[in-house]
Ligand binder design. Structure first.
Ligand code: GAP
Length: 513
């Protein structure tokens, strides 16, 4: 995959109403995007898939919807005021600003690619006799690159863990990492930059109170731990899930909706008995990657990545990474957050954040395993995996198709009268009215049937039904399948049943059982 693909996806998203730059008529606002008519539908469907898989399929998980504004003390307790920073570095020639850690990570990814290229070369050279394990252990080029990666990793992890900004800069200098824009190696010092947006609560005449736009949804769950536990009579282990907006003043915001300043998270905090956290951590790691793979895009597109540096609150952390056009990158984090957050809130609020465990006959502050997935990044994984350019064998023309899983597709069925006469639109209208009670359907009569199929392919509509002259004779329509372009005739009376079987969320969720 390449950056070219990302460019095509960005253009396609705009042309077909998935994603627009925010306030575009005023030239846009950096790293802020709006979801169009098809984007909003796809986003809602992803939310539904996540919500039902977490809340509906797990009887011990409930969902909430907390406010974006929170008491400012929340962010002192959580550590975000003092520690939610990115290490930034500027290139003196290009005047471009980068995250120092990201520059190093990208350099490391290039070294890893280099090894992969050697492997490909070896495969070509030795054919069937190629032994990859042996090659990786003995090839001098590979060994040299591997040693470089190991040394880099050691320094990088140390620098991150010790917050050693000078060493981060030195790694960039020593490895001759250049500005991706200009190729210059003329770097400034590395500085810390806090990512939270602040604003003032109340009118200007009042004593101003600085509050923050939440940088994660998780804290809304922690501060409601007691409320949910008591009102829901929850017994440990139990989880609280939430979907909502989060805001980060990302300085280096590139790559479309991958890194935004306003985005949405789908987070779940799972409260467990201290000592049980690794068991649950492993459960959630496996369940979450299964959720991604269940979309059917190919298991090889996902992998785990263990964190180089643990956040101040975590005792274990893995990312689920997706193979984006710009390489494998994080889409979700699974973190074992210990009792850090609840203990901090206990200290700062003076309220006991404890659970009485009847089996142990004692009270404790529960440990927390968190699953935290970016909704917009998941959206991007789906666009990247679903986007296909194909040559239609029968006609030789090119089609662009979004092979989105049917349950997530913005429009489920397009209702298309073959021609705008002979009573066909009237029959199509009736079918449309019946189907719209069950699915998001679209009615189109303009342009040739071929053009209308292409438009539906481009937004990922899994099924088109065409009403033709035979419909008047035998009450059947053609059902066209987006991926194979095959058509079958089915009775109008069977439409809802047949379509539901193919596009229902329940069908997708079944894959998780
Ligand atoms: N509560 C833990 C937490 O917020 P995180 O790794 O900072 O952890 C979780 O964020 C997920 O949120 C990421 O895996 C990513 O998918 C998404 N995310 C984070 N920052 C983002 C941004 N600037 N734009 C889009 N998505 C973002």
């Amino acid at each position: 995959m390449s950056d070219d693909l990302l460019k095509k996806i960005i253009a396609h998203s705009k042309e077909y109403g998935f994603i627009f730059p925010s306030s575009e008529i005023y030239d846009g606002l950096g790293a802020v995007y709006d979801y169009g008519q098809n984007g909003a539908e796809l986003k809602n469907n992803i939310k539904e898939y996540w919500w039902r898989s977490m809340v509906q399929l797990h009887s011990n998980i409930v969902g909430i919807d907390a406010a974006i504004f929170m008491h400012p003390k929340v962010w002192e307790a959580s550590g975000h005021v003092s520690a939610f920073n990115d290490p930034l570095i500027d290139n003196k020639d290009s005047k471009k600003r980068y995250r120092a850690d990201v520059l190093i990570e990208e350099f490391r990814a290039k070294l890893e690619e280099k090894i992969q290229k050697e492997v490909e070369k070896g495969k070509k050279k030795f054919g069937d006799a190629f032994n990859e394990v042996q090659f990786l252990e003995t090839n001098p080029n590979v060994i040299r690159t591997k040693t470089k990666i190991d040394e880099l990793n050691k320094r990088f992890i140390n620098a991150l863990n010790n917050n050693d900004l000078e060493e981060l800069r030195q790694i960039i200098i020593d490895n001759e990492i250049a500005c991706p824009e200009s190729g210059s190696k003329n770097w400034t010092e590395v500085r810390q930059f806090n990512l939270m947006f602040s604003t003032k609560l109340g009118s200007l005449s009042e004593v101003a109170n600085t509050i923050y736009l939440r940088p994660e949804t998780a804290q809304g769950i922690f501060v409601n731990f007691l409320n949910v536990m008591k009102s829901g009579r929850m017994k440990i282990p139990f989880g609280i899930a939430q979907i909502g907006k989060a805001f980060r003043n990302e300085i280096v915001a590139r790559q479309f909706i991958f890194r935004m300043r306003e985005f949405e998270q789908m987070e779940m905090q799972f409260f467990v008995r201290p000592g049980d956290e690794m068991k649950w951590f492993n459960y959630w790691k496996e369940f979450r990657i299964k959720w991604h793979k269940n979309l059917g895009f190919g298991d090889e597109k996902y992998r785990f990545h263990e964190h180089d540096k643990l956040a101040h609150y975590a005792n274990a952390a893995f990312d689920i990474e997706f193979d984006f056009p710009m390489g494998f990158k994080e889409v979700e984090g699974i973190h074992s957050r210990t009792d850090f957050d609840l203990s901090q809130h206990q200290e700062f609020s003076g309220k006991k954040m404890q659970y009485f465990d009847p089996d142990l006959n004692e009270s404790y502050v529960p440990y927390v395993v968190e699953t935290s997935i970016g909704l917009d990044r998941t959206f991007l994984t789906i666009l990247c995996a679903a986007y296909k350019e194909e040559i239609v064998e029968s006609t030789g023309e090119e089609r662009v198709v979004l092979a989105i899983p049917p349950a997530l597709a913005p429009v489920k069925i397009a209702v298309l009268p073959l021609v705008k006469k002979d009573g066909l639109p009237e029959i199509a209208d009736k079918i449309f009215d019946k189907l719209k009670l069950h699915f998001n359907v679209i009615y189109e009569e303009k342009d040739s049937i071929g053009k209308r199929y292409r438009r539906q392919d481009a937004i990922g509509t899994p099924y088109c039904i065409t009403i033709d002259h035979q419909t008047k004779e035998d009450n059947t329509v053609t059902l066209r399948h987006r991926d194979t372009m095959e058509q079958e005739r089915i009775s109008i009376d069977e439409l809802i049943k047949v379509a539901d079987e193919k596009v229902s969320m329940a069908k997708l969720l079944e894959g998780l059982l």
